[in-house]
Design a protein. Structure first.
Length: 537
């Protein structure tokens, strides 16, 4: 379910308990007619909302986005009440799909989009498509199903019907409140699903992921983000247990056989296997306010025989029934490794606590490091400090000596002007795991960068300052001014290609980690560079 990117102008207020109670009251009022097979017109929906909220939309007591959410709540309540009976009565998944499509047809089309739903791409999964996605996932009672962008729960209800454990994540304030009211026993979190693997507790190890991520939007980013859906898929796949299955509904263009996305899917197949992909005609989504063509992709977290071999798209399914017939050919799911049995979290608070994640699977207190041993030396300028005609001079450590540190594997140079200036003699002592020096993981030049970065960052800039509540407006202030702050010095790394800037950055972060400062933000320009950053760390 797509519900991302709240901005200052569009962020929805968190529904109060009274608001949820009113929505539930309206849904329960509509459940009766739906149970009798009666269609819900816009007029009937308006009457139910007005009665539940004690006033009209014109009075500002509710909006049509909330009314459409109530329609989805009705479908969830209907399936919770009659889903088992429908399954028992249906002789095949195709017959069951027909019944679910009949339920969805009883509700009005979402013709009135709010600014929030448009900007946040809040287009919930239509019930027939949600049913097909759940069938593709082959959910069993032994599974823990993660829905990273859960919306109102139209995918989650199928995991519940199959008897599986449920972990729900939803970024939007209004929808997470609704989810927690509808699925009180499920684990629930409120994170940016593009990084769901980084945020969830290690104990939340899903064996199935059902997801409908934003197609082209990212949290806190204005404008279109072309690879938004792929970021969500990659993070959810990293969290999925070995042998698990991920089923994603995305835009139709995100196809394994597309030249634009082939490399991204090949990278996914380094630790997974894309087993199915088919486009879906936009008419399937028409009742939910859009006719955008979509795609169903199934990925098993098993080793691909050939990462370069990607399945061709099955084509364009004109409706959910055709798509259901196609997924009947899916291979059976792989067994889940014993070491990665899923955990069924039933207490919501169990997955809300923040957790520090580090590569060595140790707590921050276990990585204490040892003080880096180095000595300062007297600097002597080449050619007695006179500039020559050359533009560059060879570079080597000039003011420090680090015993046991290897020389940089490639030749380094510096400008002739810099070579004529004495570097400062530092006093800061980094703390790093002993293997960093013992195994030569960082060269002497890279270690020098860590020393000078620490030297700068342990000091403060001159003067005192005040900042406003936005932290954007900074003003000079007297040292004794109330609420004044001092800013820590920064350090800029301007090395060129081949110096190993990623490893230097990783070393600086690791030094801080060993000093007890275990929070950092590492920003990369592109998906290629973020992979380099992960490798360097």
């Amino acid at each position: 379910m797509n519900s991302m990117i709240p901005t200052a102008a569009l962020a929805a207020a968190t529904p109060t308990l009274d608001a949820f109670s009113a929505m539930l009251k309206a849904a329960e009022q509509l459940l009766g007619p739906v149970s009798r097979g009666e269609a819900i017109s816009s007029d009937i929906l308006r009457t139910a909302m007005t009665a539940a909220f004690g006033g009209t939309d014109a009075e500002g007591l509710w909006d049509w986005k909330s009314a459409y959410d109530v329609c989805e709540v009705v479908q969830i309540l209907f399936l919770r009440k009659f889903g088992s009976a429908i399954r028992a009565r249906a002789k095949s998944p195709a017959a069951e799909l027909t019944m679910h499509a009949r339920i969805a047809s009883l509700f009005p089309t979402h013709t009135r989009r709010s600014e929030e739903s448009q900007a946040l791409q809040q287009f919930s999964t239509p019930l027939p498509l949600a049913f097909v996605a759940a069938q593709a996932a082959a959910i069993t009672p032994a599974d823990l199903v993660l829905e990273p962008s859960a919306g109102t729960g139209l995918l989650a209800i199928y995991a519940e019907l199959f008897g599986a454990g449920i972990a729900l994540n939803e970024f939007a304030d209004n929808r997470i409140a609704l989810l927690r009211g509808l699925f009180p026993a499920a684990a629930s979190t409120q994170h940016d699903a593009a990084h769901i693997h980084d945020f969830l507790e290690p104990s939340v190890q899903p064996s199935v992921v059902l997801m409908n991520p934003p197609f082209s939007a990212a949290a806190h980013v204005d404008g279109r983000v072309a690879d938004a859906a792929m970021r969500h898929i990659a993070s959810a796949l990293a969290r999925l247990a070995d042998g698990g299955r991920l089923v994603a509904i995305t835009g139709a263009n995100l196809a394994p056989d597309s030249l634009a996305w082939r490399d991204a899917f090949v990278r996914l197949q380094e630790h997974a296997n894309v087993v199915f992909s088919a486009a879906i005609d936009g008419r399937v989504y028409a009742r939910h306010g859009t006719t955008t063509d979509t795609r169903l992709t199934v990925i098993d977290k098993v080793t691909a025989v050939d990462p370069q071999a990607l399945p061709p798209s099955r084509g364009m399914a004109p409706d959910a029934a055709t798509l259901l017939s196609w997924i009947a050919e899916l291979p059976p799911r792989a067994p889940i490794a014993v070491s990665q049995r899923t955990v069924h979290p039933t207490v919501r608070d169990a997955v809300r606590r923040p957790v520090a994640r580090i590569a060595a699977s140790q707590s921050p207190t276990e990585i204490t490091g040892v003080e880096l041993d180095y000595e300062t030396v007297e600097w002597t300028a080449a050619d007695h400090g006179h500039l020559g005609e050359s533009i560059y001079e060879g570079y080597a450590l000039q003011s420090i000596h680090i015993p046991g540190a290897p020389s940089h594997p490639t030749k380094l140079v510096q400008s002739a002007a810099m070579a004529s200036v004495a570097p400062p003699k530092p006093t800061y002592r980094p703390r790093l795991p002993s293997i960093v020096v013992e195994r030569g993981l960082l060269s002497d030049a890279q270690l020098e960068s860590i020393i000078y970065a620490g030297e700068a960052q342990t000091a403060f800039l001159a003067g005192a300052w005040t900042v406003d509540e936005t932290f954007d407006v900074v003003s000079a202030a007297p040292d004794d001014a109330e609420a004044s702050v001092h800013f820590r010095r920064g350090w800029m790394l301007g090395d060129g290609t081949g110096a190993g800037k990623g490893r230097q950055v990783a070393g600086i972060l690791l030094d801080n980690w060993c000093q007890g400062r275990t929070r950092a933000v590492w920003i990369s320009k592109s998906d290629k560079l973020i992979e380099d950053a992960q490798r360097d760390w």
